[in-house]
Design a protein around this ligand. Structure first.
Ligand code: ATP
Ligand code: MG
Length: 256
């Protein structure tokens, strides 16, 4: 089992979209996948066409079994839906003796191939619990002046967690909202690659159909499978970026 968190304290960088798209992609490839929403905004359920529900609250505070809370959203894809009651979980974790490993202990008892965690854009106990449970961290980032800062914040938090006995297998930076023709994007992309080298994954193009897909409760694979967000863009060296290529990278890294 591989557990992957999608984290960035910066809001609106594509965490949820990326978690949903990659989780759905893994499911389509036959891997038994669980997508856990740890954000009180509850966007995971909404974007897949389901009602928001307080599953993290029921799981952690009421100790309901995970199996009773997951929704089979697509073939091979279960989701654990969230809603604003997840705010309450934070207080519970703070008071509980187990603190940082509650989620890890629950996930260890399951038999999924992949568990993906969509984290909220805030640094709180639920966020830390998500990271402590994770083998890998994917850091989606927009390519603006604050991009390197946002990535460094996540790495700093991971560093703090590593000091306390948890070891991550690795991290990846996923540039999102990539615009090939804007100078800012290209400059920032180069900066990110200079700073983080091969940890930077191929970018996801900006693509309004991605936003539309969640409004219709569909994944981008279902709503717009031939769009740049999935297929990347054409370049002299062939197609670059897009979720299809990123999914292959994820499989290579986690299977190897
Ligand atoms: N490649 C893309 N092109 C265009 N729009 C996108 C793309 N990826 C995501 N979006 C849209 O941008 C908005 C923010 O994306 P998303 O919700 O995935 O970010 P987030 O990091 O999870 O946000 P938050 O920090 O609030 O949880 C959403 O409306 C989403 O549909
Ligand atoms: Mg989100």
């Amino acid at each position: 089992m591989e557990i992957i968190a999608f984290a960035n304290q910066k809001g609106g960088v594509g965490k949820t979209t990326t978690a949903i798209t990659l989780a759905a992609g893994l499911g389509q490839k036959g891997y038994r996948t669980l997508l856990v929403d740890l954000d009180p905004q509850g966007h995971v359920a909404f974007a897949l066409g389901f009602e928001k529900k307080p599953a993290p609250y029921q799981l952690i505070c009421l100790e309901a079994p995970l199996k009773s809370l997951v929704i089979p959203a697509r073939p091979n894809l279960d989701i654990l839906p969230s809603n604003k009651l997840s705010e309450k979980v934070k207080r519970h974790i703070t008071l509980s003796d187990f603190r940082e490993t509650i989620l890890l202990d629950i996930f260890k008892k399951t038999s999924y191939d992949y568990i993906l965690l969509d984290l909220a854009p805030s640094l709180d106990v639920l966020h830390v619990n998500g990271l402590v449970a994770s083998d890998w961290v994917v850091i989606p980032t927009r390519l603006d002046a604050m991009a390197v800062d946002g990535v460094k914040e996540v790495l700093l938090t991971m560093g703090e967690i590593s000091k306390r006995s948890h070891s991550f297998k690795g991290y990846f930076i996923l540039p999102t909202f990539f615009e090939r023709i804007t100078k800012e994007t290209l400059t920032q992309f180069q900066e990110i690659v200079q700073a983080f080298g091969s940890n930077v994954w191929p970018p996801i193009p900006r693509d309004t159909r991605v936003r539309e897909s969640s409004a219709y409760g569909k994944t981008p694979w279902e709503y717009t499978p031939h769009s740049p967000a999935i297929c990347g863009y054409e370049s002299k060296r062939g197609r670059i970026g897009g979720y299809a290529q990123v999914l292959e990278h994820l499989l290579e890294v986690t299977n190897g």
